[in-house]
Design a protein around this ligand. Structure first.
Ligand code: SF4
Length: 252
């Protein structure tokens, strides 16, 4: 892991998450949301991102870094994942990286919370090989309370993206008392069934590995009293989706 620029706060090599095969994950600095369960709270501030001047040079150096592990991508069906933070919050850099990776025939995943103008989401999704789209909470009031932003644009974006044939995986972070409520899961199933063709969902159970960061950064951790969901609860949630015709995967 290295700190490389104000735009990218971390580069993680040999990752087995966030897309197929062995991947290099670039974590973009800055996120419009502030989810209470965020594992990367240090990624939320936009900070000095706007000071980055020469995107061309930055892209070149990042692609050189990405290419170092090409042999692992080729052997495992992996590639690079753009995560964060929220990559769509730096569209110029993201689009340039996606285009450079496509030229180099490196598989790309875009990991997004979907909170961005649709034209930016559409352009980046089309330029990526796979979109990992997080869906968290359907009720606007709860979304606003637990992530800091309204949900309307995210749901509208997902609805619109569903018509564009972009390869997409849905991911549902399962957070006790926040996203993991009977009402939210019911509403999510209803929304996905009525508004989208997507019937595969990756359930990402809450874990406490980010806790130490909150202490170090002196940020109030609003979930420090919450434990990860039990195996039984995760299975119950899987069942709720599966009886309604969804395929579920834990993790991913
Ligand atoms: S969308 Fe992701 S990066 Fe942004 S605050 Fe939520 S969990 Fe953190």
């Amino acid at each position: 892991m290295v700190n490389i620029t104000p735009s990218i706060f971390k580069i993680q090599r040999y990752s087995l998450h966030d897309g197929p095969g062995i991947r290099t994950t670039l974590f973009f600095q800055g996120c419009p949301l502030s989810c209470q369960w965020c594992h990367n709270p240090e990624s939320q501030a936009m900070g000095k991102v706007s000071e980055v001047k020469n995107i061309g040079e930055l892209v070149e150096s990042l692609v050189r870094e990405i290419e170092r592990d090409r042999i692992f991508y080729d052997e495992s069906g992996g590639g690079v994942t753009f995560s964060g933070g929220e990559p769509l919050a730096q569209p110029e850099l993201l689009l340039a990286l996606l285009s450079a990776c496509r030229e180099q025939e490196i598989h790309t995943c875009l990991d997004t919370c979907g909170f961005a103008p649709f034209n930016i989401l559409k352009a980046a999704s089309t330029a990526a090989d796979l979109v990992l789209f997080d869906i968290k909470i359907i009720a606007d009031q709860d979304h606003q309370a637990f992530t800091g932003k309204p949900v309307g644009q995210i749901l509208e974006n997902l609805r619109k993206l569903a018509h564009s044939r972009v390869p997409l995986k849905l991911r549902f972070p399962l957070i006790p008392t926040r996203t993991d409520t009977r009402d939210n899961i019911r509403q999510m199933i209803e929304f996905l069934r009525s508004q989208t063709p997507y019937r595969d969902i990756h359930i990402l159970p809450f874990h406490t590995s980010g806790e130490g960061k909150y202490e170090r950064l002196k940020i109030k951790n609003k979930l420090n009293h919450i434990c990860p969901p039990t195996k039984e609860r995760v299975e119950e949630v899987q069942q709720m989706f599966e009886v309604k015709g969804f395929n579920t995967t834990i993790g991913g």
